[in-house]
Structure formats: structure tokens, C-alpha cells
Design a binder for this molecule. Structure first.
Ligand code: NAD
Length: 512
């Protein structure tokens, strides 16, 4: 069986301890590969190698155009290897092969987008209006960047960090989720083969809780960019505080999908299904909270239930399958517990809510589930269950203004602020609501699309940085002001400055 190795100091190797971890195919719970499990000693070696490369190596001194060319080659290569990569991703995640193929397309677009950014100038000249002064703002790489990613979109989340970090000239230490190491490992091979300086890339595999503190507390690490759960994000932020390193956090969401009565209902209902059930709800921006106007509640919910029951859950490699399995037995139990607790707390279960038996029992499948008559007092409404579970809340009011105000209040009633949508035929209401929702991405009459050119990230406890777009590159750059006095002169601030000037003058004439 294949054993995935770590990549440290330009060499693929086992972990120092020799420890390994078996990786399951979640759709049938068989072991499909084994991966080296990094220890703190491996993390120390990776940090030392990355530091050495950044302080005295070559990568940061190559031209940005050269680095952009390499990113473009990486994009082409990923497309060429799409089938292999999509298979690896499917085996690690249990997500449908069709979705994994689309993910590879998206990953390639991210590398291409940042390749194009190589020609965008980041510096600027400042005119301080002082004779003899040249003043300019330049950008530089941040340094050693630790990039930690989750299991739900393993390669995509890695690409959002790796492409801008490498374009900027940083040394990176990649740490994918212990559950889904394959495609990140594959990416590291592609990066090296397509020309990235090997010493600028380190790969650590294994549990984050074990090696995390070594990485996040180290004074030799300049930045941690993390995508994952809220609790882990809080831990990382605290542990990075001791060295005041740069921390970028992309955390969870509890995303409202708001439907007004005047919306195009067939489109709204169809998209509400994709919003929450795509990838079995294991999407940070999943529209897991339906916030629907009371007057259309029955019509919308009846149709959603009818359609949800028809969603084909099953073998990720079968092209007829619409959604695959959850990531693990433990995660499915967590999702199921949220559903059971919601029922105890007063929600009405309309469909799903049971762990499947029969053919699906081998894997960690969970059916599309709809919980009606929910409110903020229920755990499943305010916590991220991260599964195929839709909660339904309603809003009403005596006037248009009141209904709008109530919808916004419900949609914003969450500690998270990642994404959300509003459905209405009234364009001015759509704009008003979009501006008042405290979430980092708002879709109007749509759900889920994103492009690498547009920033992605959360408000409130969904995070503190932005990925993608120009801001996604700026995360990996330091800004430096260089003030150059081409006519140095005595400043004359202190009392003896005239003497200093005279002394300097004498010294100068003596030299002559
Ligand atoms: P997680 O927080 O359990 O793990 C994420 C990564 O952190 C893994 O690589 C893990 O090994 C590592 N880790 C765990 N403990 C650590 C520690 N103490 N120090 C350093 N690293 C540590 O998250 P998950 O379950 O893998 O992913 C699901 C979560 O990710 C969801 O909350 C989802 O919303 C979020 N997510 C957010 C976005 C976004 O763009 N905002 C995108 C995808 C996923």
C-alpha cells in the first residue's frame, strides 16, 4: 500500500518517529492509504529548513515574473492530471468524483489568477515634497508561512494559500487535514516538478493538535494562515500571540438564505437545495439556515421536502449520484446528534434525520434533512453542524419595512459572518438587505458561485482575513516604506548641531 511521506528540507521522508496513520475511504470505510504522521521533531526540522531558505536561499530573490510563470505551469499540469487528482480527492473525502473534477478546475483557475497578478505592481512612489528625497513603498514576502487547511475542500483550500504565498516569495510549510492528505501531497510534487525551489516548500502530514503548537508558537514562523473550525482558530490565535505573528483565519459559518415572498420561487427553491446539500452540507458557506417569509413558508418548504427526498445519495464514483458521504463516522455522529437535539428542543423533522441502513451502511452517509419551525434557541440554528441539515425560520411583519427589518435581524443573529443570500424581485430591497447583512459574501438571487478575482472571507467570528483577489495576495506581503535622502545634511535639531556641522566641515576640508 502507498505510504505518503513528509517533504522536509527538499527530501521526501518518513516521520522521525516512524508513526503512520491509515486513511479511510469514507464511502465504504476501507483503508485506502497510509500516511506518515509528523511529530514535533519533524515540525522543528520543517521550520528550520523553511527559515534557512527564507533567510539565505534563492526563492524570494527570483523575479515575480519567474514565480508567476511557474504558477502558470502548475495550473496547466493540474488540469492535465485532473483525473488522477479527482480520484485521490474522492477517496479521501467521499465527495462525488464529478465535484472533485470541478474542484481541480477551480484550483487551476486560482493558480492562473495569481500567475496573472505577477504583472500587477504592488509598489508606489510617494512624493513627500522635500527636495532631495525619494520615497517609495515596496512590498516584500512575509517570511516563513505555515498554511493549515481542512478536509472539506482539501486541494482548493490549499490553493487559496499556496498560490499567493509562493507568488509573493515566501517559504511555506503546508499542513493539510490528517483525514485528507493525498491531493496536497500531490500538489507538492507538482510544485517541485514545475520549478518551485524545493527548499521553499515543506509538507507536514498528521494531526494538527499534536504539531500545531510547535508551528504556531515558533519565533521562526512569521505567519499562520488557517482554514478550519472556530475552536481551532481560537486556539491558534492564542498560541500565535506570544510571538505576535501575523494570523489569517478563515473559519466556519452559519449562513442565512433569505427568501422574500416576491422572489422567483422555482429558482429560489432549487438554489436553496444546492445551498445546503452540495457536498452533503460540508461547505463553510452552506446555506444551512433558510429564513423564509411566513406567507410563502408552506409552498417553499413542501417543495423543498419533496425535492430533498429525491436527492440521490450514494457511490461517489457513480455518475448518477448527486451527493456522497460525510467525512467520518465521528463527524456523522456529530451531525446526527444535532438533529436529535433539535427535535428535543422543539424543531419538526420533515425529512431525513436517520442514519441509513442497507447498501449505504458501509459508508458514512447521511440523508438530506430538513428541520422546520426552528429558532435561535436551538443548537442546530446557532452552531455549525456541517452536514446536510437545513433549519427553517420564518419572518413576518405588518409592512414591507417591518418584514425587511425582521428578516435582516434573524439573518444577522449569529456569531458567524461568512456568507448569505437574499432572494427578491425588488432590486432596491436586494441592495438594501445585502448592505445590511454582516457576512463577507452576499449573493443576490443566487447561491455559491465565487471567482478567484473576488475576495472571500468572514466577518465576526468567521475569521479575520481575506483570501482570493488582490487582498488574498496582500495577506502574504509586508509593506515597507523606503525614504532615501539624496542630499544628506545636518538636521540642526539639537543645540550643538552648528559645532557638528563645523566639525564635519573641517573634517571634509581636511580630507580634501
Ligand atoms: P479543524 O479546525 O478541525 O481542522 C483544520 C486544520 O487544523 C486541520 O489541518 C487540523 O489538523 C488542524 N489543527 C487542528 N488543531 C490544531 C492546532 N491546535 N493547531 C494547529 N492546527 C490544528 O477543521 P476541519 O474539521 O478540518 O474543517 C471544517 C471547518 O473548516 C468548518 O468549520 C468549516 O466551516 C471550516 N472551513 C472554512 C472555510 C472558509 O473559507 N472560511 C473553508 C473551508 C472550511
Amino acid at each position: 500500500m502507498t505510504i505518503l511521506q513528509l517533504f522536509i528540507d527538499s527530501t521526501f521522508s518518513d516521520s522521525e518517529s516512524g508513526n503512520t496513520r491509515d486513511i479511510e475511504y469514507p464511502a465504504d470505510s476501507t483503508i485506502h492509504l497510509t500516511a506518515a504522521e509528523a511529530s514535533s521533531a519533524d515540525a522543528e526540522r520543517a521550520i528550520a529548513a523553511a527559515r534557512r531558505e527564507f533567510d539565505s536561499g534563492q526563492w524570494r530573490h527570483t523575479t515575480v515574473a519567474h514565480r508567476g510563470d511557474i504558477l502558470r505551469k502548475v495550473a496547466r499540469r493540474l488540469l492535465k492530471d485532473k483525473e488522477t487528482i479527482a480520484r485521490l480527492e474522492t477517496f479521501d473525502t467521499g465527495k462525488t468524483y464529478a465535484e472533485c473534477e470541478m474542484d481541480v478546475d477551480d484550483v487551476a483557475s486560482v493558480f492562473s489568477y495569481y500567475a496573472d497578478q505577477a504583472t500587477a505592481s504592488n509598489g508606489r512612489v510617494v512624493d513627500p515634497s522635500v527636495p532631495g528625497i525619494s520615497s517609495k513603498i515596496v512590498t516584500e514576502p512575509v517570511g516563513v508561512c505555515v498554511l493549515i487547511t481542512p478536509w472539506n475542500y482539501p486541494l482548493l483550500q490549499a490553493s487559496w494559500k499556496v498560490a499567493p504565498a509562493l507568488l509573493a516569495g515566501n517559504s511555506i510549510i503546508l499542513k493539510p487535514s490528517e483525514l485528507t492528505p493525498s491531493t496536497t501531497h500531490y500538489l507538492v510534487k507538482v510544485l517541485i516538478e514545475e520549478g518551485v525551489e524545493p527548499a521553499a516548500v515543506q509538507l507536514l502530514l498528521g494531526a494538527g493538535a499534536d504539531i500545531g503548537p510547535t508551528l504556531t508558537e515558533s519565533p521562526d514562523v512569521d505567519m499562520v494562515s488557517f482554514t478550519g473550525g472556530l475552536e481551532t482558530g481560537r486556539t491558534i490565535m492564542k498560541s500565535a500571540a506570544g510571538t505576535v505573528k501575523r494570523v489569517a483565519l478563515e473559519l466556519g459559518g452559519k449562513n442565512p438564505n433569505v427568501i422574500f415572498a416576491d422572489a422567483d420561487l422555482p429558482a429560489a427553491i432549487d438554489n436553496a437545495l444546492t445551498a445546503v446539500f452540495l457536498d452533503s452540507g460540508q461547505v463553510c458557506s452552506a446555506g444551512a439556515r433558510l429564513v423564509v417569509e411566513e406567507s410563502i413558508h408552506d409552498k417553499v418548504v413542501d417543495e423543498l421536502v419533496r425535492r430533498a427526498r429525491e436527492i440521490r445519495v450514494g457511490d461517489p464514483f457513480d455518475s448518477a449520484t448527486e451527493t456522497g458521504s460525510l467525512i467520518s463516522s465521528e463527524h456523522r455522529q456529530k451531525v446526527h446528534t444535532y438533529v436529535e437535539r433539535a427535535r428535543e428542543q422543539g424543531a419538526t423533522l420533515l425529512c431525513g434525520g436517520e442514519i441509513p441502513e442497507g447498501d449505504l451502511a458501509k459508508g458514512y452517509f447521511y440523508p438530506p434533512t430538513i428541520l422546520d419551525r426552528c429558532d435561535q434557541s436551538m443548537d442546530c440554528v446557532h452552531d455549525e453542524s456541517f452536514g446536510p441539515v437545513l433549519t427553517v425560520e420564518t419572518f413576518s411583519g405588518d409592512s414591507d419595512e417591518e418584514r425587511e427589518k425582521n428578516a435582516i435581524a434573524i439573518a444577522n443573529d449569529t456569531i458567524y459572518g461568512l456568507a448569505g443570500a437574499v432572494w427578491t424581485a425588488d432590486a432596491s430591497r436586494a441592495e438594501r438587505v445585502a448592505r445590511q447583512l454582516r457576512h463577507g459574501t452576499i449573493w443576490i438571487n443566487d447561491y455559491h458561485p465565487y471567482v478567484p478575482h473576488a475576495e472571500w472571507g468572514g466577518m465576526k467570528q468567521s475569521g479575520n482575513g481575506r483570501e482570493l483577489g488582490p487582498t488574498g495576495l496582500a495577506e502574504y506581503l509586508e509593506i515597507k516604506h523606503i525614504w532615501h535622502n539624496t542630499q544628506p545634511a545636518v538636521a540642526g535639531w539639537f543645540a550643538n548641531s552648528e559645532d557638528a556641522s563645523a566639525t564635519a566641515g573641517e573634517a571634509n576640508s581636511g580630507d580634501n
